[in-house]
Design a protein around this ligand. Structure first.
Ligand code: DAH
Length: 345
């Protein structure tokens, strides 16, 4: 063994011993200076590598480099241990009272529209309806034509439409477009489904209308379905959504895809029918549109209108939520203010 090799071995023993007694950041810095810095013992020793006989030089160089790594690793380990010891001994965090309850983290919350849709789905699931998803971008044919509104039909004016740059393709103005998909999937077998999703209307944004909002559509087709079925399904829905004993009334109306058509009101949720500002002193709030599916629409959906009949309805989850909780502005739903979301169960 060359002198240098003996020296390196002694250096390792001395460095390791003195590292164990270094117990502060300053002491560790000093230790680094003594052994590993550019003026430290190891570097100084390495300068003498050329004194080693040529046949041993490579080997001794390798040992020296290895020693450098060993000492660096030992230094890091010791630094960590010293820091932990300092923490434990109380320099920084010792005054933390570990018995205090933790700070609660904010948990996510369903958007009120989503919560309403889920609640409505739950109710209709209980009434034997399954759920279906339908496209938001729709053909003019499905959104209008097959729903008994050929091009130029004046009823199209009831929906201010966003047209896309692709001719014949629109953003759906209502979820009634879903009726066609539901029927095509099932005809001639009976169908009983609901579907919720976004609708778009080229309208001025006001407290009562947004250019994007949700609708939830339902359709039931089968032998012997009557208006009484529609009434009982909607009444049961209102009782579950608004609370038991809810009164409901059906007003005649017009939609091209249903005959007869109705608009449905519930007794005002605020004054229970006595008359107040929410119901504009009428005692009633309009909640949805509905009717018996028009024979032409049944035919377009693949059914024989002499053999089956059906009902359909469309409601707005935001509108229903507003009526249930007396919210006076639909814009709250889409203003992304988390305080609004947090107010609802
Ligand atoms: N689609 C109608 C609207 O957007 C609502 C509606 C009315 C849906 C009657 C229906 C219905 O299914 O039968 O105003």
């Amino acid at each position: 063994m060359s002198d240098l090799e003996q020296e390196l071995s002694a250096l390792r023993t001395a460095a390791e011993q003195s590292l164990q007694s270094a117990d502060s950041a300053d002491a560790l810095k000093e230790w680094h200076r003594t052994y590993l810095s550019r003026t430290g013992a190891l570097t100084t020793a390495l300068r003498r590598l050329k004194e080693v006989p040529a046949d041993r030089r490579a080997e001794v160089g390798r040992v020296a480099n290895e020693l450098k790594t060993i000492l660096e690793t030992a230094l890091h380990a010791r630094e960590t241990a010293v820091e932990q010891e300092a923490d434990r001994a109380g320099s920084v965090d010792v005054n933390v009272d570990v018995t205090l309850p933790g700070r609660p983290l904010p948990i996510g919350h369903l958007h009120p529209s989503t919560a309403a849709i889920q609640e409505i789905y739950r109710i209709f699931h209980g009434l034997g309806f399954s759920a279906y998803e339908a496209p938001e971008v729709e053909t003019d044919r499905i959104n209008f034509e097959l729903l008994n509104m050929p091009a130029g039909h004046p009823a199209r004016d009831m929906w201010d439409t966003f047209y896309t740059t692709t001719p014949g393709l629109v953003l759906r103005t209502h979820t009634s477009s879903f009726q066609m998909h539901a029927m095509w999937q099932t005809a001639p077998a009976p169908v009983r489904v609901v579907s919720a999703g976004k609708c778009f209307r080229y309208e001025e944004v006001t407290a009562r209308s947004e250019f994007m909002f949700h609708q939830l559509e339902g359709v039931a087709v089968g032998p012997g379905i009557t208006f009484a079925d529609l009434k009982s399904v909607l009444l049961e829905f209102a009782n579950q959504f608004f609370g038991p004993g809810q009164k409901m009334r059906f007003r005649k109306s017009y939609f091209p895809f249903t005959e007869p058509s109705v608009e449905v009101d519930v007794a005002c949720t605020l004054c229970k029918g006595a008359g107040c500002h929410l119901c504009k002193q009428t005692g009633w709030l309009e909640v949805l549109g509905a009717g018996m599916v028009h024979p032409t629409v049944l035919k377009n959906g693949g059914y024989d209108p002499t053999k089956v009949s059906g009902f359909a309805f469309g409601m707005g989850p935001e509108r229903l939520t507003m009526l249930k909780y007396q919210i006076d502005d639909i814009r709250y739903f889409f203003s992304n203010d988390v305080r609004f979301a947090e107010r609802f169960p």
